[in-house]
Design a protein around this ligand. Structure first.
Ligand code: NCD
Length: 362
């Protein structure tokens, strides 16, 4: 049984194959209409969602399966204090596959530890969002025809933007990528992403506070929303919320074949006047989400063979109850009975990181 917690749980060959299948689904939907007959997808959404939850549900219904679930924490037993572990045990008795979104980082790992069916991470706090990345990659392949040799600008909330973290880790497996990180000082990319996927892998990168100054270099501009719900201080959110607004004037400085992506929802970071620009691909990107999730569900249920190499399992050294995670957004901060587990991520420098949220041990 395989879960999708992190985009790196899929090899690049598997991602290519999933996009091939998604493209085939678009061309021949009738062939796939019964693939998941008799199967149930549970969507456990402890955080708001429009696209992700509805595209998962639409994907399962389009495959001939059924869906059940909840779309807010308050309507589930989480409101009574039920743990993620117990919920996963229960719901895996009622369904064949689970898509889960949770405000705490690492929650889907806990679910996967206790579930008897595949778990798909549909976003865990400010950490990762691998199925959005599948959607992003599908759109990049459609629009650019390649994943190599691209200058990728990521703009906005790079600190809490989980879609950014997953996309950077995914792009770090291709050649000749240059990352341009555009954010205010307070919302810079965290080290668990920048160190591991950009610096250690030797990618060229630069950090800028100004979109205008760098937009002309980019092949892809990935805009993001400032993640209001992750701020501790409302004042800070209001100070930063209008940091970047993409307008037709700024688009005039960009390459003629640059594409603009955004995981959506947008608040005001892309002016609606940009929507008619042929380089604006965010609505196509959202539409692709349905088809790539169809391919993913069918794959994880073993109903479609992808027949390509899986990622190499790397044996991780894990230590239990030696360190305590100090990240208040980690699932260990609310689920007190979880074992405090850390993995050795850098042997040479003896660096241990929380198994759930990847915060460094002190
Ligand atoms: C993103 C998310 O939830 O992280 N939305 C989505 O899934 N398409 C981006 C966001 O909320 O800003």
């Amino acid at each position: 049984m395989r879960h999708l917690i992190n985009i790196l749980d899929l090899s690049t060959a598997e991602i290519d194959k999933l996009i091939d299948i998604a493209d085939d689904i678009i061309r021949h939907p009738q062939i796939y209409g019964d693939v998941c007959h008799g199967k149930i997808l549970a969507t456990l959404f402890y955080e708001p969602s429009t696209r992700t939850r509805l595209s998962f549900e639409s994907a399962m219904l389009s495959l001939g399966g059924e869906v059940l679930g909840f779309s807010e924490q308050s309507s589930s037993s989480a409101a009574k204090g039920e743990s993620v572990a117990d919920t996963a045990v229960m719901v895996s008795g009622y369904s064949d596959i689970i898509a889960m979104r949770h405000p705490k980082e690492g929650a889907p790992i806990v679910a996967a530890m206790h579930s008897s069916v595949p778990i798909i991470n549909a976003g865990d706090g400010g950490h990762y969002h691998p199925t959005q990345t599948l959607t992003d990659l599908m759109t990049i392949r459609h629009e650019m025809g390649r994943f190599d040799n691209l200058t990728v600008g990521l703009c906005g909330d790079l600190r809490f933007g989980r879609t950014v973290h997953s996309l950077i880790s995914a792009m770090s497996r291709y050649m000749g990528i240059k990352f341009v990180l555009i954010s205010p000082e307070e919302l810079r990319l965290p080290y668990f992403v920048k160190g591991k996927y950009i610096i250690d892998k030797g990618f060229e990168y630069c950090e800028s506070k100004s979109l205008e100054e760098v937009i002309g270099e980019l092949d892809i501009l990935y805009m993001t929303r400032i993640q209001k719900e992750r701020f501790v201080s409302e004042d800070e959110y209001f100070r930063l919320k209008d940091s970047y607004i993409l307008t037709p004037e700024k688009m005039a400085l960009a390459k003629k074949d640059m594409i603009v992506l955004h995981p959506l929802p947008r608040v005001n970071e892309i002016s609606v006047a940009v929507d008619d620009d042929p380089r604006a691909c965010y609505f196509k990107q959202a539409r692709n989400g349905r088809y790539i999730r169809m391919a993913l569900i069918a794959k994880l249920l073993g109903l479609i063979a992808t027949d390509v190499n899986e990622p190499q399992e790397q044996a991780e050294e894990i230590i239990t109850d030696k360190f305590t995670c100090r990240n208040s957004r980690c699932i260990t901060s609310t689920e007190q009975e979880l074992p405090q587990q850390f993995k050795l991520t850098d042997k040479e420098n003896n660096i241990w990181r929380c198994r759930y949220c990847e915060t460094r041990a002190e």
